[in-house]
Design a protein. Sequence first.
Length: 685
Amino acid sequence: MRVALVQISMGLWRAPAGDRSGQSKSYGHVPYSVGMLQAYAQVHARDQHEYAMPVHRRMPVAEAVERLRGFDLVALSVYVWNVELSLAIARALRAVEPDTIIVLGGPQVPERVEPFLAANPFVDVVAHGEGEITFTELLDAAPDRAWDTVRSVSYVDGHGQVVSTARRERVGDLDLLPSPYLTGVFDQVMAAEAEDGWVMMWETNRGCPFSCTFCDWGSATGSKVYRFGMDRLEAEIAWMGQRQVGFVICCDANFGMLPRDVDIARAVVAEQARSGYPVSLSVQNTKNARERAYEVQTIIAGSLNTVGVTISLQSANRDTLTNIKRRNVSSSAFEDLQRRFAADGLYTYTDLILGLPGETYDMFADGISYVVANGQHNHVQFFNCSVLPNAEMGDPAYQQQYGLRMVPQRILSVHNAVEPADEVAEHLDIVVETAAMPPPDWCRAQVFAWLTDLLYFDRVVQVPLAVLGRRYGVPLRAFVEAVTDADPTTSPVIGGVVSLLEDHARAVQGGGDEYLTRADAGGVWWPPDQFALITLTLDGQLPAFYREAEALVAHLLEERGLDVPPLLLGELFDHNAAVLRRPGPARDGLLMTSYPIDELYQAVLHGGDGPELAERWTTSSIDRTTKPLVTVSAWLAHLVWCHGKDKRAYLSALRPAGISALRPAAPPSNLTKPRAKAGSTHGNR
């Protein structure tokens, strides 16, 4: 038979400009899942078959159909980012090739299969669970279409009845599954479509001992963890170097869980030292084995970590974790790892999900404050809770229990060009209301998350908030809500930002797009926090924003009865404004403060208190020449880099400056001077 395989990615992945891999190169995803199917079938199928080069990139439906015409069997691997396009291709293919057998597999094939088959009658058979053996059995059964001889499939029989065959056991000896990398399955596609490079999906084991209700990982693989052999993995690591694979995404659910994961990490590092590849190894960190997780991530961070260490907390509330079946995940392990990574200066980011069952607005906001107080000053990755068909959260009974309401939201790639809408859009069902978080509270929580990003993790006012939070015990929530609830008549710029975010939250709640765009900002999709920063900067509103923010914080401190020296407060804001990177001349600045602001700030970032809180004349040079951002376009590219690689780069680096450098005949124009004790001017920026 002539067989065609289809596994469509979201498109080319673009590495942030400035990576060691090059200036904003594009990388294609190797179609690993269908490669595994082909590699097994080539060895174990009863007959030999002819395999086409896989269809693995988004393209117009007509173009895909033309590539798939004339094949006896077409198998499509579907997940959330490709299911609608894959179904559109299958539908159109059926119209012109009525005798082609169309097979669907992958995580988006629902266990509750009857409605899916009824809605897609052009699909002959769907496969459930692990696909390698099932696909080979389908090939053997295809000449007679004897689907009842194949385990783990569903189909509509000649009487119009849905038939689901008995499920097969998982593959226990994973080395029975040949490697598509080592057997040359991808040689043709990698030679024909080299582009700038490739993203390689890589398994070292299968299985997940956790059963989080929002995740279809555990339900797809079961709880027991099976391993690929080390000989195979070492050969695949050598293959990464030989093929100059830029980026490797490890598909393990809990890398670092097994003792041998330390050896695997070291082997990848050794290959990079030998060949220069891969550039990056991205892993999903293990959830409970804290010592091994710390060792593994430290190894990777030394040379292979381009996006930071993931702290997959999801929620800081114990009741919420119970609702999503994560109580067997140790929160103390996350807390300990966060503190240790912060002390080491390793870049981390924490995953939190908005809209989890049972979590109120108060729980969500307090959870963010808790994460920051525990030492997360780099980045919180906020996700809207999404519902996947084979996760427990996809069960209608579960949704009814917790009052979940979802809307479909178009899937967009952040920082990609705003182009005409795709011929076929992909959507993700996101939770926009729960029994614990009614619609107004969900919108408020969404705005809270975006403001946290803007104010704290985009570093617009992180310096004062971090120092004041540590020194005076004010939780981040209090600062963010002071901004959220600001009177727009006295804080018009802040009020405008809040109004923008509130409007967007309501739009998202109605199914609107996740991101925003404006014509003078590169014509790309921006996350709401960066969009707000761009608006403040391009519209010349940042100085007023700083004045209003300082006034709000001063009022908050006064309400709490905290005696913060006005000079210290003013210089915290002055310092932050001076070092925030924005478009401007490539000329270093000079910064004078009466308090050691940067020492205080850096101490917080590393988990300490810093020097005594006393006046001490401090001078620094602001580095604006090493990586100048002279033009708006250069600054926008820098924002993309910060979002994708390291948010610490929102702020300019500081160097010590001698006193003599600050005593020319006339004050230099690039000098940010210390404030007078009498009050605040915000005029020396």
